[in-house]
Ligand binder design. Structure first.
Ligand code: SER
Length: 886
């Protein structure tokens, strides 16, 4: 019996033997399609190859593609855990022909693989074809020798595959495996087809069309093949299982969660273990591809998946965060086939742990609320949208978590009411995720790329070069020329201008030729390496085919170089100081500053920051040369180069090494090694100095550093220095003594404040003389001190009353304080012996009423209140006096 890893490689090697290129899985975040949330099929990375926009050096390919179906057209989240074959994450095995072979060879290749290599018995296999597809039916008969009744014609969309509302599509033919009579169900197309006996294992799509808009469908330039076979389903068949969760890979994960929780995957706990195993896979792979939990877009889908699993961990009684503890088992099972999992392990672990720790804080209370709200509900009832929204808004329960929690009791949720509640709360409709805005799909650049090819970049070596203008674009259309004052985008066959990427800003400068100059304000990269110089014609008329000189703004570029190399040094210094979970989450390399976002769960202390800065500057002072090598991507990663997860790298990558490590395991080796296409300093000394100027949070688990280098850092320090000198001047001290002088002044100030408070108190009590006391009188046989005081803080009234209580011995005291703006506050104290007779709270309310206020509060022996009208202060004292008089 073959394990999942062996089945995967058998599949890929079979197609390799048959002339196919083994292509690595593309990231789960699609790079070439802003309409798609996640890669949901093997063909996604080849979409533009099918439509003819993109060319590849091969016309047959095979992949094992990571897929996520949770959100968007193909969404399996609701059912996961409760059925035998739904997953949020799965691997799709596929073979592809880009205008090479078509139906006949696709069927022959598939049939041979499953019956010969995998040895599935022919009598267990049934196929379907689209109802009008006589050709496919004929090939099945000829190649597989299947009888008519096992080549079933289906007229529905089940046999017409489309990637989404738009994109390549075509009729398809599916292969079904018969799990035997012991399981209920009928062949496809029969009344019992929804049963579980006949299971689709492979879908062969005969890609023939492109759905351009909802209404318009056109022919693809060349008929092609796209096949997709769920690895988990195939493994189930080959391992003699009926349920995907019984295959070796899932069993390992389920055992890990059984072990960690001490709860067997049986009875009512079965679904929870399955949810956890499935969601562990999707969460980990999404994080490895650069998605982090958040409240919108892809990040929110990830959060929904994670929290759904976390509720199930809680159902299993897990006391501490569980998911991260299962990660090592996943990495052991799948890390070899998907090395990104190994590279991102510490980030995944941190992220899982952090999210679960946070969510646990509100999970219990939310479940409590849900329990109360549904206590009296039963089968078929519905939870109101308001409560579901409250769970979402206050307790962080995604809607599908609430639905999932009520599922077993067959209680639904009023989703319309939920949406309405959400709408009400958010008057400003939150901008929904609407694609990555990937500029690669601006169609004009596809034709520019076809016509003129990729631009050769000369900017690593030079900042000045000659070239020929190959395209001029204005308002999204190609033009032959552009006149003075007009905005243009210009493509040249080669350029020293760096196009924005990897956080490094695009270059600026000039492009000039016979009688014209274009001022370039930005450079961007479009479609597979077309460099676009964006700017304005500042003189003359620029024409297509003109010979030009391109000059980069050198001062600006020099600053950018320095900031880029400093970014690498800070990245490494952060990892060295905080740990290897630190991974780049974004960066900006501008001429005036650098910004670096990275994963780290908590603020960085000043001490840590000082160490980070010191480590980076140590390498600056080394003045070590910065070296760049071109390497095969796998070799570079094997050598420990840091790669950005989810980034698309070519076969050959630039590897930038900066400085020599002085401490730790790496001592003597390169300090920082990163895959990077940016421009860098020649030697670290060119950076001059690195100064971190701010540190803060940008999103949950993501921190941001901002730093300056070289001249900007020096100027920053100079300004700080000027400030200290100015402070010293005011203090009539030297910069060196300024701190102790300020400390002494602060101490003195505190002492004076204390003395002032004391003096005011004395003044209020006794009219200013230390020997005087507060005037005590007797009202209705009770001692009474009543006084209006000004210039005393409301918070100092109570200590006054305490003192007065001591003075009067037995009695009632009241003070009305009047502030500068004419407002009043009142305090009433009652000595302990009289507490049964008078209540300070009642009396202070009397005072407050006289002051035009209402209320007041405190204890029976001491209460306080406010009032708007300070001019009634004396009247308030009298009111209390009268209240005592009865
Ligand atoms: N694109 C088809 C599917 O996803 C075949 O790969 O089923």
């Amino acid at each position: 019996m073959s394990g999942v890893n062996e089945i995967r490689s058998t599949f890929l090697n079979y197609f390799k033997k048959n002339g196919h290129e083994i292509v690595a899985s593309s990231p789960l975040v699609p790079r070439n399609d802003p309409t798609l949330m996640f890669t949901n099929a093997g063909m996604v990375q080849f979409k533009n190859v099918f439509t003819g926009i993109e060319q590849r050096p091969y016309n047959r390919a095979t992949t094992s593609q990571k897929c996520v179906r949770a959100g968007g057209k193909h969404n399996d989240l609701d059912n996961v855990g409760y059925t035998a074959r739904h997953h949020t994450f799965f691997e799709m095995l596929g073979n592809f022909s880009f205008g090479d072979y078509f139906k006949e060879e696709a069927i022959a290749l598939a049939w041979n693989l499953i019956t010969k290599e995998f040895g599935l018995p022919k009598d267990k296999l049934t196929v379907t074809v689209y109802h009008t597809d006589d050709a496919a039916a004929g090939f099945w008969k000829k190649i597989a020798g299947l009888p008519e009744d096992r080549i079933i014609r289906i007229a529905t969309s089940d046999n017409f595959w489309a990637m989404g509302d738009t994109g390549p599509c075509g009729p398809c033919s599916e292969i079904f495996y018969d799990h035997g009579e012991s399981i209920w169900g009928g062949p496809p197309g029969s009344p019992d087809e929804d049963g579980d006996r006949f299971i689709e294992i492979w879908n062969l799509v005969f890609m023939q069309f492109e759905q351009v808009t909802k209404e318009e469908r056109i022919d693809l330039p060349r008929p092609s093949i796209d096949t997709g076979m769920g690895l988990e389903r195939l493994a189930a068949v080959l391992q003699g299982k009926h349920d995907n969760y019984d295959i070796d890979l899932f069993q390992t994960l389920i055992h890990a969660s059984e072990e960690a929780t001490g709860v067997k995957a049986e009875g009512k706990f079965r679904a929870s273990h399955r949810v956890i195993a499935d969601h562990l896979r999707s969460s980990s792979f999404l994080i490895a591809d650069g998605v982090l939990p958040s409240n919108e877009g892809r990040g929110y889908v990830l959060r929904r998946i994670m929290r759904r699993a976390m509720r199930h961990a809680q159902l299993l009684g897990a006391r501490d965060p569980l998911m991260w503890r299962l990660l090592p088992a996943l990495v052991r099972e799948m890390g070899q086939a998907y090395p990104e999992l190994i590279r991102a392990e510490s980030l995944i672990s941190e992220t899982l742990k952090l999210e679960e720790t946070r969510f646990r804080k509100t999970l219990e209370r939310g479940l409590g609320l849900l329990g109360e709200a549904t206590e009296k509900m039963g089968d078929g009832d519905s939870l109101d949208g308001e409560t579901a929204f409250k769970l979402y808004d206050t307790f962080g329960f995604p809607l599908d978590l609430t639905q999932d929690a009520l599922r077993q009791r067959n209680i639904s949720v009023d989703t319309e009411g939920f949406a309405a509640a959400m709408e009400r709360q958010k008057a400003e409709a939150r901008a929904h995720w609407s694609g990555s805005g990937d500029a690669a799909t601006e169609t004009i650049w596809f034709s520019v790329r076809d016509k003129v090819g990729a631009t050769e970049f000369l900017g690593y070596e030079t900042e000045k070069a000659e070239g020929v203008i190959t395209a001029i674009v204005q308002n999204g259309a190609l033009v032959q020329s552009a006149g003075e004052g007009e905005a243009v985008s210009i493509v040249v066959n080669q350029t020293p201008f760096y196009a924005e990427s990897g956080g490094q800003q695009g270059d600026t400068g000039t492009i000039s030729g016979d009688g014209f100059t274009v001022t370039v304000t930005d450079t961007q990269k479009k479609n597979d390496g077309v460099f676009v110089h964006i700017g304005k014609v500042s003189k003359g008329t620029v024409k297509i085919d003109a010979a030009v000189e391109l000059v980069v703004d050198s001062v600006r570029r020099t600053r950018i170089r320095s900031n880029h190399s400093a970014t690498h040094l800070l990245h490494e210094a952060l990892r060295e100081t905080l740990g290897t979970h630190v991974a780049q989450k974004g960066s900006l390399v501008a001429p005036d500053r650098l910004r670096f976002d990275f994963s780290h769960p908590k603020p960085i202390s000043d001490k840590e920051l000082a160490v980070i800065e010191d480590l980076a500057n140590e390498i600056v002072l080394q003045n070590a040369p910065v070296t760049t090598r071109l390497m095969a991507v796998d070799d570079a990663i094997a050598e420990g180069a840091m790669a950005l997860f989810g980034e698309k790298y070519g076969d050959e990558v630039r590897v930038v090494s900066v400085g020599t490590a002085l401490h730790g395991d790496k001592a003597g080796k390169s300090y920082s090694t990163e895959l990077c296409g940016g421009t860098h300093v020649r030697a670290t000394g060119d950076i001059g100095l690195i100064r971190v100027v701010s540190e803060g949070a940008v999103a949950a688990g993501v921190r941001r550093l901002e730093a300056l280098t070289g001249e900007a850092a020096r100027r920053y320090l100079e300004e700080q220095d000027e400030r200290v000198k100015a402070i010293a001047g005011v203090l009539k001290s030297s910069p060196a003594d300024a701190l102790s002088r300020v400390t002494a002044l602060m101490d003195e100030r505190r002492k004076l404040e204390r003395e002032l408070t004391e003096a005011r108190k004395q003044l209020a009590l006794g009219g200013g003389s230390a020997s005087g006391g507060a005037q005590s009188e007797t009202v209705n046989g009770v001692g009474f001190i009543g006084k209006v005081v000004s210039g005393v803080n409301p918070r100092d009234l109570k200590p006054l009353a305490d003192d007065a209580k001591k003075t009067v011995g037995s009695g009632v005291v009241t003070f009305i304080g009047v502030s500068e703006d004419g407002k009043a506050s009142a305090v009433v104290g009652v000595t302990d012996d009289l507490v049964g007779k008078f209540s300070a709270v009642d009396l202070v309310r009397v005072a407050s009423a006289a002051l035009g206020g209402a209320g007041g509060g405190g204890r029976p022996d001491m209460a306080q209140a406010g009032g708007p009208d300070g001019s009634k202060a004396e009247a308030a004292v009298s009111a209390v006096r009268e209240a005592l008089a009865g």
